[in-house]
Design a protein around this ligand. Structure first.
Ligand SMILES: [Zn+2]
Length: 463
């Protein structure tokens, strides 16, 4: 599999450090609020990467942290009149609610920054002793002039950004782009004891430390949003490679931005959508399908119209699922078209794998799925053997499973509910209670479910 590597600026072959195992570190949310639609993109895209690698037979160790201490956490906790820890507990639970709804698999580890303060202190001490960090007052900074490769990920001119960088008057840095590893305590802030006095860790150090703790000094893939390339990931490299002398990540994978109606998403523009808001109106699989409809590196424009398109597309996918399920379970009296039954579904699998192996091209992978919809719908009409239908079904569901869709109804109404209503209607008809039967039919219709009375029984599908 080849992946676009921000570090080398080329598509690089994935060559795991430990054969048969892929170790991924992905920057997680700061848990001061519900996560928004922009955050959802890396969660969904890298979840598909993980599912695909597991499908290819790799054991995947996936670590995604929770940033549970930083300025935003402290501000929000103060506003709510609760502790930072209470705030973190609440929004970690909310993260799991939304992520589970979106079908995002739980990481192998979801460490919280505050669980690793001791490890961070040890890591910072190592950087100080190796000359990569210095103490200034009660703060500790990373010395970017000592790490000679500083800037290699973002490809920025360090001289230029040093001139442009703003220095807070409270900071005692040697260079404007030096960054904080440990912050001395300010009044009213949570703090931990350290060799430099009471204080708390900077943001960047937590990812270097937790990646090393759970995955070792070199990870196969480090992923995150494009906005994290500088300074966050640049700083992670400086810290980790300064401490270990080894490459920190072999592949740096970054997803593109999500814009809202072609504008940058921001609270001030009022175009800020949390996943929680969107889930009130749309099925989670609609959001997944929408996120996977573009290549992960490309910008993605989020608009209501786009979600509605994804909703229609998802309905088509579910219709084929249902049609195939019905076709396989029902008596098949159609004349068999031999030519159709020579279709080899391995070709679809092959095309799917080629798309995914080429830099996780989910847009192309979805195109394969829609080709199956087109081909099978016409094959069903022309005559398909049950064995071939089964073969098509298993290929179709395998691909859908890796993309994390078609796992349920993909609709407000559940499978079980439809089945129960269909049975109630059958009973009403048997009882000759026609008005009741019609009422149930109308109710299902309002949910987008259409019934067809066939000689094999009642068949149903979404409009
Ligand atoms: Zn990070």
């Amino acid at each position: 599999m080849k992946l676009s590597n921000t570090l080398t600026k080329t598509k690089d072959e994935l060559k795991p450090v430990y054969p048969g195992e892929v170790r991924i570190y992905s920057c997680g949310p700061t848990v001061y609020d519900y996560f928004h639609i922009g955050n959802a993109r890396p969660f969904i895209v890298f979840d598909v990467l993980r599912r695909y690698l597991e499908y290819k037979g790799y054991k995947v160790k996936f670590v995604q942290n929770f940033t549970d201490i930083d300025d935003k956490m402290i501000d929000r906790a103060n506003k709510e009149g609760i502790t930072v820890f209470e705030l973190a507990d609440r929004f970690i639970a909310e993260y799991y609610n939304d992520a589970d709804a979106l079908g995002i698999m739980r990481a192998t580890h979801h460490p919280r920054a505050t669980e690793h303060i001791t490890d961070m202190i040890a890591f910072i001490e190592k950087l100080v002793s190796k000359g990569f960090a210095y103490q200034a007052g009660h703060d500790v900074y990373f010395d970017t002039t000592v790490f000679l490769q500083y800037g290699k990920l973002s490809g920025q001119d360090i001289q230029e950004i040093s001139i442009g960088a703003r220095v807070d008057i409270n900071e005692n840095k040697k260079s404007a782009i030096d960054f904080v590893l440990w912050k001395g305590q300010k009044l009213g802030e949570p703090a931990w004891d350290s060799p430099w006095g009471m204080g708390r860790p900077g943001w960047h150090i937590e990812c270097s430390v937790m990646a090393t703790e759970y995955l070792g000094e070199t990870v196969d893939i480090h992923s995150g949003g494009q906005d994290l390339i500088f300074p966050h990931h640049e700083n992670e490299i400086a810290q980790s490679e300064g401490a270990s002398g080894k490459p920190f990540a072999n592949i740096w994978l970054h997803n593109g931005f999500v814009s809202i109606d072609d504008q940058k998403m921001s609270k001030s523009l009022g175009n800020f959508f949390t996943v929680r808001d969107i889930l009130k109106e749309f099925d989670p699989e609609v959001i997944r399908l929408f996120m996977l409809s573009a290549h992960y590196r490309k910008p993605l424009n989020f608009a209501r119209k786009m979600l509605e398109q994804s909703e229609n597309a998802l309905r088509r996918l579910y219709n084929l699922k249902r049609n195939l399920e019905h076709y396989i379970s029902a008596e098949n009296k159609k004349k068999i078209d031999t030519e159709l039954n020579e279709t080899n579904y391995d070709n679809y699998t092959l095309r799917f794998e080629q798309a995914m192996d080429d830099d996780l091209n989910t847009a192309e992978a979805l195109a394969v799925l829609f080709d199956i919809v087109r081909d099978i719908n016409s094959a069903i009409t022309s005559g398909l053997t049950r064995d071939k239908a089964k073969e098509a079904y298993s290929c179709y569901m395998k691909i859908a499973g890796i993309l994390g869709i078609l796992s349920k109804m993909g609709h407000a109404i559940t499978d079980d509910r439809i089945k129960s209503l269909v049975e109630q209607r059958q009973q009403a008809r048997a009882d000759k209670n026609w008005s009741m039967a019609d009422r149930i039919r109308d109710e299902l219709k309002s949910q987008g479910v259409v019934l067809e009375d066939t000689p094999q029984g009642v068949r149903w599908k979404f409009e």
